[in-house]
Design a binder for this molecule. Structure first.
Ligand SMILES: NC(=O)c1ccc[n+]([C@@H]2O[C@H](COP(=O)([O-])OP(=O)(O)OC[C@H]3O[C@@H](n4cnc5c(N)ncnc54)[C@H](O)[C@@H]3O)[C@@H](O)[C@H]2O)c1
Length: 308
C-alpha cells in the first residue's frame, strides 16, 4: 500500500483515476466514454475528425451525452490520469499517435491501448513512459461484455496494471491480467484454437456449420458462461479429463494454416453480418434482426449472471 501511495496511483486503497480521455470515437471509443461518464468519471472523448464526434453523440444515451467533453484538439490530453487509445487497428498510425501524445501528456499519466492484437511491447516503444503503458482490451459491445483483458508489456509496473484492474472492477467489468505480451493475448488464443477445430470438423464433414454452432451455444459455451475450462475439468474430474486427453489430444487439428473455409469466405468477400453473407445468409433485414437478437440475448445473460 505504501508503494501505491508513493506512486500516486492508489490513495487510501482506492483507485485514484478520475480524469479519463478516450482517443478515437469509433465503434469502441464512444461506448467506453459512455460507460466511464455514466459511472461519474470526468471524461473527454477525442477524435481527429469532428464529424465522428457528432456521430458518436447520437449513439450515446441522452442522460450521459452531456457529461462528456468532446474535442479534436490533442492538447486536451494534458492533465489526464488515464488515456485509453482506441484509434484504428494499424501499427504505424498508433505509433505516430503515441509520438505526438508523448509531447503532451504528464509523466504520471497511464496510457492504455485497446488494440485487438498488436504487440504491446512494440507499441510501448513509442511512448515516453513504457512502464506506465499497457493493453486494456475491451470486447464488443463494450456495454454488454464483462471481460477486459489487461496486458502488461515487459516494463509495465505491477501497480499500474493493478490500478487498471481496480478501475475495471469499479465500472462493473470482470478483468483478467495477461502477464506476457503474446500474440492474441489470452482470449483470442482460446477463441482461435476453438475456431481451428470447428473449421476442421466442418471441412471434413464431421459436423455441419449449424451443428458445430449448436454444440457451442447449447453445450460448451452455455456452461462456459459460468464455469471456465479449468473449473469445468474440476467438476468433470481430473482423472476423466486426463484419460480423454491421452487419446484425443493426438487427434486434434494442429494445422498452422488459416482454416480453408475461413480463407474461402474471405476471398469471396463474404465477411459476415456486415456484408450480408458469411457462413450464413444475412441479406435484407436479417442483419438487423440477428444483431438485435444477439444484443437482447447477451443482455439477458448479463442480467441473469451479474445484475445486482
Ligand atoms: N470493433 C471491435 O469489435 C473491437 C473490439 C476490441 C478491440 N478493438 C480495437 O479498438 C480499436 C478501435 O477499434 P474500432 O472498432 O472502434 O475502430 P473504428 O474504426 O470504428 O474507430 C476508430 C476511430 O479512431 C479515429 N481516430 C482518431 N484519431 C485517429 C488517428 N490519429 N488515426 C486514425 N484514426 C483516428 C477514427 O476517426 C475512427 O473514428 C482498434 O485498435 C481495434 O482493434 C475493436
Amino acid at each position: 500500500m505504501l508503494l501505491f501511495r508513493k506512486e500516486g496511483l492508489l490513495k487510501e486503497g482506492k483507485v485514484n483515476i478520475k480524469k479519463i480521455a478516450i482517443a478515437g470515437a469509433g465503434t469502441m471509443g464512444y461506448s467506453m466514454a459512455e460507460i466511464f461518464a455514466a459511472r461519474g468519471y470526468e471524461v473527454t472523448l477525442y477524435n481527429h475528425r469532428a464529424s465522428t464526434l457528432e456521430k458518436a453523440k447520437t449513439k450515446i444515451a441522452p442522460e450521459t451525452v452531456n457529461r462528456i467533453a468532446y474535442t479534436t484538439a490533442m492538447g486536451e490530453f494534458a492533465g489526464k490520469d488515464l488515456i485509453v487509445e482506441c484509434i484504428a487497428e494499424n501499427m504505424d498510425l498508433k505509433l505516430a499517435f503515441y509520438k505526438e501524445l508523448s509531447e503532451i501528456v504528464d509523466d504520471e499519466t497511464i496510457i492504455a491501448t485497446n488494440t485487438s492484437g498488436l504487440s504491446i511491447n512494440k507499441l510501448a516503444s513509442a511512448v515516453k513512459k513504457p512502464d506506465r503503458f499497457l493493453g486494456m482490451h475491451w470486447f464488443n459491445p463494450p456495454t454488454l461484455i464483462p471481460l477486459i483483458e489487461i496486458i502488461r508489456n515487459d516494463q509495465t509496473r505491477g501497480d499500474v496494471a493493478q490500478a487498471i484492474y481496480d478501475l475495471s472492477v469499479a465500472i462493473g467489468k470482470k478483468p483478467a491480467i495477461v502477464n506476457k505480451d503474446v500474440p492474441g493475448f489470452a482470449a483470442n488464443r482460446i477463441q482461435l484454437a476453438v475456431l481451428r477445430e470447428v473449421c476442421s470438423m466442418v471441412e471434413d464433414g464431421v459436423i455441419s456449420k449449424e451443428g458445430a454452432d449448436a454444440v457451442m451455444k447449447y453445450g460448451l459455451g452455455f456452461r462456459w458462461a459460468c464455469l471456465g475450462p479449468l473449473e469445468t475439468v474440476d467438476f468433470g474430474g481430473i482423472d476423466t479429463f486426463f484419460h480423454i486427453s491421452e487419446y484425443l489430444i493426438p487427434d486434434l487439428e494442429d494445422s498452422h494454416d488459416v482454416p480453408k473455409i475461413l480463407a474461402d469466405a474471405y476471398q469471396a468477400g463474404n465477411y459476415g453480418v456486415k456484408t450480408g453473407k458469411g457462413f450464413y445468409d444475412y441479406s435484407g433485414d436479417k442483419a438487423k434482426e440477428v444483431t438485435k437478437s444477439r444484443d437482447e440475448k447477451l443482455q439477458k445473460i448479463y442480467d441473469a449472471l451479474y445484475k445486482k
